[in-house]
Design a protein around this ligand. Sequence first.
Ligand SMILES: CC(C)(COP(=O)(O)OP(=O)(O)OC[C@H]1O[C@@H](n2cnc3c(N)ncnc32)[C@H](O)[C@@H]1OP(=O)(O)O)[C@@H](O)C(=O)NCCC(=O)NCCS
Length: 227
Amino acid sequence: MTFQLLPLEESDVPNMMNLIWEAHNGEERFKVLYTNGRTPEIRAHQIKQILDEWREHPERHKYMKVIDTALPDDDPLGKLVGTSHWDFRAHERTAADLAEQEKKRANPAPPPPGVNVEAGKAVRKSINDAREMLAGSKAHVYLVGLSTRPSYHRKGVGSLHLRWGLGEADRLGLPSYLSATHMGVPLYKKHGFETVAPFKLDPEMFGEDSPLNGECMYRPARPATAT
Ligand SMILES: CC(C)(COP(=O)(O)OP(=O)(O)OC[C@H]1O[C@@H](n2cnc3c(N)ncnc32)[C@H](O)[C@@H]1OP(=O)(O)O)[C@@H](O)C(=O)NCCC(=O)NCCS
């Protein structure tokens, strides 16, 4: 086996963003959000947002990578074959936490040209509402994102991430939640998640069958050895 699961490093973030774009079939999936495609300005803005959020709350945001050590040193994605982003909210949220969150959501950094601002707001609102509905103020683990490089699908890369994240959740005794794309649902079911509700973006803006639609899912904490 040439796969290694490791913590992602800041220097991996640009490659991670390219991998996510590839894994989500970027042009097709994100065309409502980015009217001229993913320009260098949009790419730089996304990388900055990730790094800012990560540096602000390193105790919460955990990024993992799977690399294929057999890939050549000049691999265009730096040998990354899968990445995941987990938000460990280890304590119940206080009124001060909620106020900070409201303030942030009310004042997002202005996006670069080419971003459909209304569509971006609608996506964020759907994701935030789903998370509120699922977890409320409770302590929990939230899988923010999981992507496998398309040429590595169905080789166990996603499962390596899930075993790690759910192992951590069990060690901390926390339930886990996520909003899955339809593509991710079978993998999450295999790892013990159950569907709580559908996840659907505004059909007028994104179409009835947006590839970003899916299911809101939950997995209770388990004794630390089982996944
Ligand atoms: C969803 C995704 C992360 C799965 O990653 P992966 O590395 O291929 O997953 P694994 O190889 O670990 O799959 C493990 C098991 O999950 C199930 N599974 C995974 N992908 C599946 C698919 N497309 N269809 C049916 N079952 C699937 C299978 O049971 C699989 O085991 P098997 O291959 O032995 O049958 C990957 O398809 C992806 O990146 N998709 C695009 C981005 C996306 O939608 N991410 C999810 C966001 S919530």
